[in-house]
Design a protein around this ligand. Structure first.
Ligand SMILES: [Zn+2]
Ligand SMILES: [Zn+2]
Ligand SMILES: [Zn+2]
Length: 655
């Protein structure tokens, strides 16, 4: 930014938050509308001093990130530097490119107090929950440093309940019958679809009223009966299906796509995106390659659309360019929606063109963002779907169905790719005329089982959180990271599974704090924060709507009592850390230690992926070896020494 603005400006960084609630006390005056007490963060005293010195006698412009947290940091800086936040000193931009930054500096505005208040409300809410719940959990589970955040606990509940659903799942057997047909010299397979107009149940949709082939005997008997009949092509239906491109990325959809296509965790994606946003050294200078990465907007500036259309026309030809630009609208259109989707700052900068200046992961994420944005301005993909129904000439009436789907025009898929399009595509079926005779050459029964719901991945958990209205662009990744750091959730490949501690905590919270972990109530709170941001509700009101029921639940939690004297136990802190002690101290000296979390232990070997030391960690299924550079590096392997045997099934080494 300094280079973009040139002489006359001195650019200093606040390096994140400069002030926060005090560390060792509540810092919120509940009786006075939750008035917060802020302190300069311990490690930021020097930064604030430096900012103060640099700004002395000079005009101050604050260009923190364009969201609630950024606005709040800006407000704190203004306050600490004794400037009036109502003066035009706030500069807002969503991309760090010379033109945009210079323009933004010309148009400063006052601090938006509504945004600041929404952030204050979130901070105070989370503090009230953390401050009250953490000691309770430590008392309950006799462990140090347990925490329960508001959004975090609800996300944990999702993971735990999914695991319980998987464990409770009873798989069901079902059979399908595939017939190989010959029509006018062409052979193709078709599945038994209906018997006397009754659909076969193949684990899709409602089971009610459908024919369920449960056993091999049933399937074999049916296979014999269908073979005795002559068949006829009863119906041929050819349909054109259009598929529109997905909208450009928001934070949540970026995290989802990066998880499913690149295998990145939500936090890793955000760290890479941050670097792409803040700037990359290109021969032309340092430029931000993408727009701001914390956004729930799909809006795109007309300038960016024009550049995208230009790039599409040049690179792929006019056939891929729709007549008019595609316009994406947000579900909730804000009054002044300055936010934009995540997109390349200049779509003419191709991934291959900037590749020499990026790390591998930066390149791959930029590539994904670039493709998604270009695709969002391209033409629909066109599929031709053919459905053939073959009917047996006899009783009962057997109907077989063959469905083929052929991509006729790639459209946006040319750039976005066909990964994840499997459901759209099926092998083509031959063109056969309606009424033609058909011969069933053979019928093959096949056994299947219904499958339990899949475990969450970063992609599906973020998606579910967004659908339920839990969390916001700034909170998805930190929430997932916290769950893992606290040892409530573990990763197994790309999937997330709860630890025993995570399950216990959800069980406890559901019993004692049903509202805190209620999906709807949490969504309602997020909604409340949005209303504060829009200036519709004063922030203390939103906090109160949460605090009142929370306080009631809190007061009903039974106290842990001292086994020696019966008085309540409480969480105490000594210079050795937290422990449980009797409130009857000094008359009663009963104490109980709290269990520490196990530390990762180095094994004296370097990570084959990044060279950092490998460590042994305790997981749910025993110990495993992981890279100490996690989460930047996600290398893991089994803990165990090879036995020298190879697995007869897959040829891998046996541990
Ligand atoms: Zn006691
Ligand atoms: Zn590593
Ligand atoms: Zn094996």
């Amino acid at each position: 930014i300094q280079k973009m603005l040139g002489p006359g400006y001195e650019v200093k960084a606040s390096l994140g938050h400069v002030a926060d609630l005090p560390e060792r006390e509540l810092g919120v005056d509940v009786a006075r509308d939750f008035a917060p007490t802020y302190e300069v963060t311990k490690d930021k005293k020097a930064v604030v001093e430096e900012l103060r010195r640099a700004a002395q006698g000079k005009r101050l412009l604050i260009a923190t990130d364009p969201d609630r947290a950024g606005e709040a940091i800006g407000w704190h800086v203004a306050r600490l530097l004794e400037r009036d936040p109502k003066e035009p000193l706030r500069v807002e931009f969503h991309e760090i490119t010379p033109k945009v930054v210079r323009q933004a500096v010309e148009r400063p505005r006052p601090i938006d107090q509504n945004l600041v208040d929404a952030q204050q409300a979130r901070r105070v809410l989370d503090r009230l929950v953390g401050y009250n719940l953490s000691p309770l959990l430590s008392l309950e589970f006799r462990k140090r440093a347990l925490s329960a955040g508001r959004v975090q606990s609800v996300a944990l509940r999702l993971v735990v309940e999914r695991e319980q659903a998987i464990e409770a799942f009873q798989r069901e057997e079902y059979w399908t019958l595939e017939g190989l047909f010959e029509v006018q010299g062409k052979t193709f397979p078709a599945l038994l679809h209906e018997v006397d107009g009754q659909r076969l149940w193949i684990a899709q949709g409602e089971k009610e009223g459908k024919l369920h082939l449960e056993t091999e005997a049933q399937a074999l008997a049916l296979a014999e009966r269908v073979q005795t009949l002559p068949y006829r092509v009863a119906q041929v239906e050819v349909r054109e299906r259009r598929k529109s491109p997905p909208p450009p990325f928001t934070t949540s959809t970026l995290q989802q796509a990066a998880s499913s296509r690149l295998g990145y965790t939500a936090s890793r994606t955000m760290r890479i995106a941050q670097r792409l946003y803040e700037g990359v050294d290109l021969p032309e200078g340092t430029v931000g390659l993408i727009t701001y990465m914390r956004t729930d907007s799909v809006r795109v500036s007309p300038e960016a659309v024009a550049l995208a259309r230009e790039a599409i026309g040049e690179m792929y030809g006019p056939a891929y360019l729709p007549e008019a630009p595609r316009v994406y609208r947000n579900r909730k259109e804000g009054v002044q929606d300055a936010h934009e989707a995540i997109r390349p700052t200049d779509p003419r900068r191709t991934p291959e063109g900037v590749r020499p200046y990026l790390s591998e992961e930066e390149y791959r994420l930029y590539d994904l963002i670039w493709r998604r944005f270009l695709a969002s301005q391209m033409k629909d993909a066109l599929y031709e779907q053919t459905v053939i129904l073959l009917e047996g000439q006899g009783q009962p009436r057997f109907t077989f169905r063959a469905a083929g789907s052929v991509l006729r025009f790639e459209g946006y898929l040319k750039v976005w790719g066909r990964e994840g399009e499997d459901e759209e595509e099926a092998p083509p079926v031959p063109a056969v005329p309606q009424g033609a005779e058909a011969r069933l050459l053979q019928a093959r029964p096949e056994q299947h089982f219904t499958e339990p719901p899949p475990r969450y991945t970063d992609a599906t958990l973020v998606k579910t959180m967004e659908e339920l209205g839990i969390g916001r662009p700034s909170t998805y990744a930190p929430t997932l990271e916290t769950l893992e750091k606290r040892g409530y959730v573990e990763r197994k490949g790309r999937t997330l599974l709860p630890t025993p501690l995570g399950r216990q905590i959800v069980h406890y919270l559901k019993e004692r704090f049903p509202r805190v972990v209620a999906y709807e109530f949490t969504a309602q709170m997020e909604e409340g924060l949005d209303q504060v941001e829009e200036g519709k509700v004063p922030w203390p009101q939103v906090v109160w709507e949460f605090y009142e029921p929370f306080l009631k639940e809190l007061s009903q939690v039974p106290k842990k009592t001292c086994p020696q004297c019966g008085r309540p136990l409480e969480l105490k802190v000594s210079r050795f850390g937290q422990f449980l002690g009797c409130t009857g101290y000094p008359e009663c000296t009963y104490t109980e230690p709290l269990e520490r979390k196990k530390e990762a232990e180095p094994i004296g070997e370097a990570c084959p992926q990044c060279g950092r030391p490998l460590v042994r960690k305790e997981g749910r299924y025993g110990s495993f070896i992981a890279c100490s550079g996690y989460p930047e590096c996600d290398y893991t392997r089994d803990d165990g020494t090879p036995t020298g045997y190879t697995c007869p099934k897959c040829g891998s080494r046996v541990l």
